[in-house]
Design a protein around this ligand. Structure first.
Ligand SMILES: [Zn+2]
Length: 88
């Protein structure tokens, strides 16, 4: 975790911090040149309660090109999501 992430996780109640991390982990940046993707959280970013896709011009760590990266939310089966729990 970087400084910003530590800051937020330390000031927020545990529940919110978890939700923030889980949410940020669902956001990915995908290189439109080679298809390489990284999660926002792993990039040291926070994207919480956000919606919509955006594009960023950045250098891809995989292909090394300065290319457009699509930001998008990956809908995953979150085992901690009460809506998806089998016995709820
Ligand atoms: Zn790339």
């Amino acid at each position: 975790m970087n400084r910003i992430q530590k800051f937020f996780t330390s000031i927020l109640p545990a529940q919110s911090a978890k939700s923030m991390e889980a949410d940020s982990r669902q956001w990915f940046m995908k290189c439109m040149e080679c298809g390489f993707e990284e999660s926002y959280w792993d990039l040291g970013g926070i994207r919480w309660k956000a919606a919509g896709n955006s594009r960023n011009l950045r250098k891809c760590p995989n292909c090394g090109k300065r290319s457009w990266h699509q930001t998008y939310k990956k809908e995953t089966d979150d085992p901690e999501d009460p809506m998806q729990a089998p016995d709820s």
